[in-house]
Design a protein around this ligand. Structure first.
Ligand SMILES: Cc1ncc(COP(=O)(O)O)c(C=O)c1O
Length: 417
């Protein structure tokens, strides 16, 4: 793969920071005048103890606490990187795992949530007037990153099994040569935000083939991977990636904690290194205490224990999905249509006879103390109308679901069509 073709000019000028380079090299027999690290003996914290719900405790003190409160390396805590590499190899077995960098060899770095990975990957690959391929409705964290950059969206039709490969092929084959052809596809393959749609393996294989034919990179944004209700989990784009054209963003937000801000990026070494160079001069590294805490947890659980835990989490969301579907049937029959999400936390509801949900959601529903996100928030051109609303079933109780959807039903019955 020629990765130079994909990296924009700002990113291609990035150079490793000489100062950050020293940070990984200091051993006990070095006299280091190099680092700009504060002396951790001057920090006020003596120890951190975190009690787990299973009764065990994670304790961070002594040298480990000093390390947790100190600057760390930009790619992430080495022990956590190693743990995650074993997990990615076990779950996805990327075909280019041991390849040379120029042949797509795989690397992993830790990021401040998957949001940091996404924003840095977009910032590396795209620039003003470039075109990105997406679904019609796009996660706002990516949309709102790309819009101010002047990036254009080539949206591809989807159905309940995700992006339609034939539509993708047609759009790429007939792309107007007045603009630079697209080089990047962005997809949330599982339980997408906002539509809740999960892309099938057959579609992934076809989309990957098209990406090969048109020499595209795929940004696989998969924070709901562990929230798939089917525990046999659909193979990822990363697992199909024989060329090194997939950048996969994972997240601990939906299973361990959103506030710890931990995610990780797996993909071609040459591109992941470029992201690390950007981390060096922005956040410097992901929060060390978060990394140490999660590493301790993963070490006591082991991979099997972690996966068992994620299964419990996905069971919870499946239960919530079932309650939400029941409630939707109870109140919205004949007034709306909705999908049956196979993972994640979103129900995507199409309101019957409503061209645009914006006014209903932002004014009438709000005034009645029920909150949804109007579909147009997820449209690349958010001045366009959308008949959809996104409803998250993550937090509400069954009672609240009933109360909220009943209010929506009343509003829909009274709407002037
Ligand atoms: C599709 C998608 N990608 C990325 C993110 C960001 O997640 P994180 O908390 O890992 O930054 C979210 C969060 O809601 C999301 O829905």
């Amino acid at each position: 793969m020629n990765y130079d073709r994909f990296v924009n000019c700002v990113s291609s000028r990035r150079q490793p920071s000489l100062v950050r380079d020293f940070s990984g090299q200091v051993t006990p027999d070095h006299v280091s005048f190099a680092g700009g690290c504060p002396n951790p003996d001057m920090f006020p914290f003596a120890s951190v103890t975190v009690a787990l719900k299973d009764g065990r405790n994670l304790k961070i003190d002594g040298d480990l606490l000093k390390k947790s409160l100190q600057y760390g390396s930009s790619e992430g805590l080495p022990e956590l990187i190693n743990w995650l590499k074993v997990m990615q190899k076990t779950l996805h077995n990327p075909p280019t795992w041991t390849n040379k960098p120029e042949q797509g060899g795989t690397e992993l770095c830790i990021t401040t949530g998957s949001q940091e990975a996404l924003s840095k990957v977009c910032g590396m690959l795209l620039t003003n007037d470039d075109t990105i391929i997406t679904n019609s409705y796009v996660y706002t964290g990516v949309l709102d990153n790309l819009r101010p950059m002047g990036v254009r969206f080539l949206t591809i039709e989807s159905d309940e099994s995700g992006m339609l490969p034939a539509a993708l092929f047609k759009a790429l084959s007939s792309f107007q040569p007045t603009h630079r052809p697209p080089r990047v596809i962005y997809i949330v393959p599982n339980a997408a935000n906002p539509t809740g749609v999960t892309l099938t393996l057959e579609r992934k294989e076809l989309i990957y083939q098209i990406a090969k034919e048109f020499d595209l990179l795929i940004i696989e944004d998969d924070p709901y991977y562990f929230l798939q209700f089917n525990k046999s989990r659909i193979p990822s784009f990363l697992s199909l990636d024989t060329d090194g054209r997939v950048l996969r963003a994972d997240s601990f937000s939906k299973v361990l904690s959103a506030g710890l801000r931990l995610g990780f990026l797996t993909g071609p070494k040459m591109l992941v290194h470029n992201v690390i160079l950007h981390v060096q001069v922005s956040t410097m590294h992901c929060n060390m205490l978060s990394q140490v805490l999660v590493l301790q947890l993963l070490q006591i659980w082991g991979l099997e224990g972690f996966l068992e835990y994620t299964n419990k989490v996905s069971d919870f969301y499946q239960g919530q999905r079932d309650l939400m579907m029941e409630s939707a049937h109870r109140w919205l029959n004949g007034l709306a249509e909705w999908n049956n999400p196979q993972g994640g936390m979103f129900l995507w509801i199409k309101l019957a006879g409503i061209t645009d949900t914006y006014d209903l959601v932002m004014r009438k529903a709000r005034d009645n103390k029920v909150l949804f996100v109007p579909g147009r928030a997820f449209l690349p051109d958010n001045t366009m109308p959308s008949p959809y609303v996104r409803a998250s079933y993550s937090l509400p109780s069954q009672l609240q679901m009933d109360k909220g959807l009943k209010i929506l039903a009343e509003l829909l019955k009274n709407v002037e069509r």
